[in-house]
Design a protein around this ligand. Structure first.
Ligand SMILES: [Zn+2]
Length: 242
């Protein structure tokens, strides 16, 4: 009986601890609420950061012959949050980021009437995933898949480790990713409208390599989606700045 009570008290204490977990903004890390998520840390975007985020004008950026779903410009504020997500042990930031991608995708779908059959992602090499403990693009794809109610599936594998595109000269970027990806065994994309999710799009060379593989596999259409782009000259929404 005593043991059962202790167990129950422990469960309650744990539930309260997790319930009281502060919600921190993914961009400034300030507390902006109290969590109600009992299973994991929660994250959000505070009102102040939401007002300062460098939102890109819809359809301002195209890759692989179509518009890219990309809500933000890769400014220092956005870069800091994404680096924390990728290298700072904060995989739970995916909630804030996948929310930004999904809401931009949804408003596009409402405008065009065209949706998606499958959400997939640009994979990191297995060695890099093992070192980090997660594939940041896969987590984003999972978040977007859940928010849009579209099935997620692995369709690509990275067969060759490549230097990060940000560390390679502009002209070397296409060569750097050439032959780096292959179709995942057993995946089927024929006839499907696919959303390809990545964290950041630089020149679009990596994405175009992946999009070509998916189109060769018979995909009806492939749309690239990412949290941010560092591509120069992409127009921001009116008065916003980062
Ligand atoms: Zn904030």
């Amino acid at each position: 009986m005593a043991r059962a009570l202790r167990g129950a008290a422990g469960t309650l204490a744990s539930a309260i601890y997790h319930t009281m977990m502060p919600v921190r903004c993914a961009f400034c890390e300030r507390q902006c609420g109290i969590g109600r998520d009992l299973t994991e840390k929660v994250t959000a975007i505070c009102a102040e950061c939401a007002g300062r985020l460098p939102f890109i004008r819809a359809n301002a950026f195209r890759a692989g012959g179509g518009p890219v779903i990309v809500p933000l410009r890769y400014t220092p504020m956005v870069r800091k949050a994404i680096l924390q997500y990728k290298f700072g042990g904060r995989p739970y930031y995916r909630k804030a980021f996948s929310f930004l991608i999904a809401s931009r995708a949804l408003s596009e779908t409402l405008r065009t009437g065209v949706g998606y059959d499958l959400v997939t992602w640009t994979p990191v090499h297995r060695r890099r995933e093992a070192a980090r403990g997660y594939d940041q693009a896969e987590l984003l794809a999972a978040g977007v898949s859940g928010l849009l109610g579209v099935r997620k599936d692995r369709t690509l594998v990275r067969v060759r480790e490549t230097a990060p595109q940000s560390k390679v000269g502009h002209r070397q970027r296409e060569v750097n990713v050439e032959g780096a990806f292959a179709p995942a065994a057993g995946s089927r994309v024929a006839g499907l409208r696919v959303m390809l999710v990545d964290d950041v799009v630089t020149t679009g060379s990596t994405a175009e390599e992946c999009m070509a593989i998916l189109l060769m596999g018979g995909a009806k259409a492939v749309t690239l989606a990412a949290v941010a782009t560092g591509k120069a000259g992409v127009e921001l929404e009116s008065v916003r700045g980062g």
